[in-house]
Design a protein around this ligand. Structure first.
Ligand code: UDP
Length: 370
């Protein structure tokens, strides 16, 4: 065998694994079917603006080991995510915090906000069993109707009563005037983008792009002792137990001559009638400046349209409802008995991981198998 590891997918999981393996003296080949590295965290410069081609990625974590690890490969800026929600022209602060409650109900104190929510959550009388019940029980019906229901149903293409409660628990609810979207100790975006960070992780490995592992499995398997597979779990097994569902996203980019389109990196459109979920204005991830600290004169925005995944699309989100989770469990059993193959990452595990969890899992897996 020419290589110790064949790593399928040059995204975050694959890159962390490759780096560790290389540092332990292993021979590694990384392949990816796309023409670029970095998977869905791929960023590239366009008119001096760092564009997140596959959607906004803000690194955040409470795990100091993970934070120190990624900081070996990139300097991170001080970006703090504070999206704005636009519901029919009314603007609300996210995540759900005192600014949101003030705008929604005209109240001022945390006590008033808590009383309002306590009143509205009375309609939920059992442990929440779906996203709708969970949302109302966290923030009440008014916020659910204006800021959650429309957005969520667009994002997932499913009714909130059919979606699992954990999705909405990703968002903090705070009785303070603090609109940091994350509860993490560490947060930021690599100063030169994620692609450069991944390139530094992969430095010294052999990389082959435009290579489709599943289309040529025998040939690739013959190259290495072991395989690290980060593609879709069901595709690895030729969908033999059935198709897992994924949510995909389509971006419509626009280059504008104005210097400031929306005044924030992320604006969510929570109304069902607006066909996209959010508009990203990329320059604000870097405070509107170029690398020399000068104001950028133009801007690039991306409208994000969610869509059900179909063959040929990029899968972005696993759909962790009961049907899909049960099927994924069955595939995970097959995966566990697949000798010589390590499955990882959002698609390989079919789990809605944030980036820090991906890094954590890759590091853990490395310490087990290297
Ligand atoms: N969400 C919402 N309204 C918003 C933003 C988020 O209802 O304005 C819900 C929605 O169900 C979404 C979930 O919260 O899928 C998680 O949001 P997050 O921003 O974590 O999603 P991601 O950035 O991973 O797409």
């Amino acid at each position: 065998m020419k290589y110790d590891f064949l790593i399928v997918g040059a995204g975050l999981y694959g890159a962390v694994f490759a780096r560790k393996a290389l540092d332990r003296g292993k021979k590694v080949l990384v392949i990816d079917k796309r023409p670029h590295i970095a998977g869905n965290i791929y960023t590239e410069k366009d008119e001096g603006i760092l564009v997140h081609r596959y959607g906004a990625h803000i690194f955040h974590t409470n795990n100091k080991t993970v934070w120190n690890y990624v900081n070996r490969f990139a300097d991170f800026n001080r970006f703090t995510n504070s999206p704005v929600a636009n519901c029919r022209g009314e603007l609300y602060s996210l995540p759900f915090n005192m600014y949101t409650f003030n705008r929604m109900w005209g109240i001022v104190t945390p006590e008033e906000a808590a009383a309002k929510i306590a009143e509205q959550r009375k309609e939920i009388t059992r442990e929440p069993e779906n996203l709708e019940e969970q949302a109302i029980s966290l923030v009440g019906r008014d916020i659910y109707e204006k800021l959650i229901k429309g957005y969520t149903e667009k994002q997932w293409g499913r009714s909130c009563t059919e979606l699992p409660p954990f999705i909405i628990r990703r968002l903090p609810v705070r009785f303070t005037y603090d609109n940091n979207y994350f509860n993490s100790l560490y947060q930021g975006i690599p100063v030169h983008g994620y692609t450069e960070m991944i390139a530094r992780m992969l430095d010294g490995t052999e990389i082959r792009l435009n290579e489709d592992y599943l289309a040529d499995r025998q040939v690739f398997n013959a190259l290495a002792d072991r395989v690290v597979y980060t593609g879709p779990l069901d595709a690895f097994f030729d969908h033999r137990l059935g198709l897992l569902q994924y949510r995909s996203v389509r971006f419509e980019d626009e280059h504008l001559k104005t210097g400031n389109y929306q005044g924030n990196a992320v604006v969510n459109y929570t109304d069902r009638d607006v066909p996209f979920t959010r508009i990203i204005e990329h320059k604000w991830f870097e405070f509107g400046k170029d690398e020399d600290g000068n104001d950028l004169p133009t801007t690039i925005i991306s409208r994000e349209y969610p869509a059900e995944w179909k063959p040929g699309d990029e899968p972005y989100y696993p759909i962790n409802d009961k049907v899909n989770n049960d099927l994924a469990d069955a595939y995970r059993k097959l995966a566990a008995s697949e000798k010589g193959v390590i499955f990882g990452g959002r698609l390989g595990d079919y789990r809605y991981y944030d980036m820090d969890v991906v890094v954590e899992q890759a590091l853990r897996r490395c310490s087990e198998v290297l």
